[in-house]
Design a binder for this molecule. Structure first.
Ligand SMILES: [Zn+2]
Length: 205
């Protein structure tokens, strides 16, 4: 009886060990599968970032031309830089303020050109910025051309190419009229004004 009992006990112990090993193996395989899956996801996500047209990639690929067509021999003149933090004295209004665009000084009637290909999404007489054109370039990026002459050279939904004349330098901005004829140029990412020099390489800079 005693021997038989020990045998049964030994048998049970052997079975338990087998079950333990099977369990350990299952856990090992599960961990290995999980690790492989995590690695695969990490790699495929990384790959998608490089290959797919995400906003950042699209933005980097956009190189704007200067939005004013100067006569040969004339250098483009930035009369006021973009500044979100440093304040400018507004000569028209007399107070200090940020300047969320670039101002290009040129004689009245100078051609203003599309900095990049896109679609005209608004042509308006803005109460502050004057005669103004907005072009959508995709990827959430738009350019704004303000203080133009009143005559409209493009209409909403016009598709424009880079360098196409879209307006003429004027002095229609009520908040910048003391600066004289100029283009007030803005770049907006999802509606927020950013420094245009992120997209624009100016020869004299
Ligand atoms: Zn301005």
């Amino acid at each position: 009886m005693e021997t038989k009992g020990q045998n049964i006990l030994r048998g049970a112990t052997f079975g338990d060990k087998l079950r333990q090993r099977a369990y350990a193996l299952t856990v090992f395989i599960a961990v290995l599968t999980l690790a492989t899956a995590v690695t695969f996801i990490a790699f495929s996500t990384g790959g998608a970032d490089v290959g797919s047209p995400t906003e950042d990639v699209g933005v980097k690929a956009m190189v704007f031309s200067a939005p004013v067509k100067m006569n040969s021999g004339e250098e483009i003149e930035v009369s006021k830089s973009y500044s979100a933090t440093e304040l400018y004295k507004n000569l028209t209004l007399g107070h200090w303020e940020a300047h969320l665009g670039l101002d290009f000084k040129a004689v009245e009637g100078t051609d203003v050109i599309a900095a990049y290909a896109g679609k005209v999404v608004s042509v308006e007489d803005h109460p502050l910025l004057g005669s103004m054109v907005t072009i959508d370039h995709g990827n959430g990026v738009a350019t704004v051309y303000a203080s133009l002459q009143n005559e409209k050279l493009v209409a909403v939904n016009d598709v424009v190419v880079q360098g196409q004349v879209i307006g003429k330098i004027g002095n229609t901005s009520s908040v910048e009229s003391a600066d004289g004829p100029h283009l007030h140029f803005e770049v907006r990412e999802n509606g927020i004004e950013v420094n245009p020099e992120k997209y624009l390489k100016l020869d004299n800079k």
